[in-house]
Design a protein around this ligand. Sequence first.
Ligand code: CAO
Length: 415
Amino acid sequence: MAKALDGVRILDFTHVQSGPTCTQLLAWFGADVIKVERAGAGDITREQLRDIPDVDSLYFTMLNHNKRSITIDTKHPEGKQVLEALIRKCDVLVENFAPGALDRMGFSWERIQELNPRMIVASVKGFGPGPYEDCKVYENVAQCAGGAASTTGFDDGPPVVTGAQIGDSGTGLHLALGIVTALYQRTHTGRGQRVLAAMQDGVLNLCRVKLRDQQRLDRTGVMKEYPQYPNGTFGEAVPRAGNASGGGQPGWILKCKGWETDPNAYIYFITQAPVWAKICNVIGKEEWATDPAYATAPARLPRLKEIFAEIERWTMTKTKFEAMQILNKHDIPCGPILSMKEIAEEPSLRKTGTIVEVDHPKRGKYLSVGNPIKLSDSPTDVKRSPLLGEHTDEVMAELGYSTEQITALRTAGAI
Ligand code: CAO
């Protein structure tokens, strides 16, 4: 079946995580993604966090599916010529080098425009223009600079980073949207353009609700759905809200049966206002449904701690899956805390292709996260990541190089 991005050629000059997540998505949607790697070394993640000696790491394989790999020394004069040929042939160049690296290589926006005015040049950088624009940035730096860390964790503890890679993979997603949007605009204008996704901006976009809360705090000095109300104090900045919901329906993480030994025997419980009476029935506190101190959402806000403690007395008598089943029967929103082990073994995720088993010639079978975005007319077929330089000859031949020329460039160290 045809794919949404069939015919789109991507010069994938990305490494580590943020850029590769973006180009992997584009490859899953059908783009021909040609990953340019440093001759002899490749993307640094090929060797990071290895679990099998001398085999591409899971870090690399799980971020580079459906791509082709070509090795070029882009600082070598003849290597530069190969890169120029690729720029002429491709629609999009995606990169996430440290600021200025592409210019230092001799490929400024102006130069790329000369070579191919239709080219879209998409970049991940740590920061947008401003005081930090020259800084190198990794995931957790972005989480800290984008507002996530200061608003994550508990009030009496330090800022906390989240395991979700909102700085890297989150920014890759933002960049991918920018690229397909620029491709669409190009169909009208015929021109390429630059696309920038700064990691700080991407994280902040995902922390939008916290900037909302900053302004509520500035205006009223208090936020009644936060655990600081009414027992603690609010300072000048949005505090860490523990496991509070962040929305208008209060929620918290509660212990379930087995919590003493299982670190994930917990459930997220939301006291959604429309189902309050059902919650009261389920936990055996029928009187709360009519008691004016508990019956309305505003009346409950100063009592959330006590209310969740009471609900927890009930959840502790059930496993998280039993609780889930009972609560869902009553339309009470809740979610089990699933471990990675449980997710990896979940049959429904395998069925939808969200978790896939991939075969690799050197490592054998491994699990990966498939395409989380499902298109009905463009199904995703997850293919293993390329070995370093696996497609160098193939891509060079497509660029018009003869076997003799390829051999000569290899001997010269350009590829
Ligand atoms: N041939 C020859 N040289 C190559 C090459 C190739 N095929 N590919 C890359 N290089 C060179 C670059 O030209 C650059 O050289 P200069 O420093 O001399 O200009 C150098 O390799 C590597 O660039 P780098 O500075 O990007 O790499 P780093 O490991 O020092 O930094 C990182 C890594 C991620 C901190 C930095 O790239 C960065 O800040 N990127 C932007 C933000 C980002 O994406 N962060 C997310 C990282 S996790 O996903």
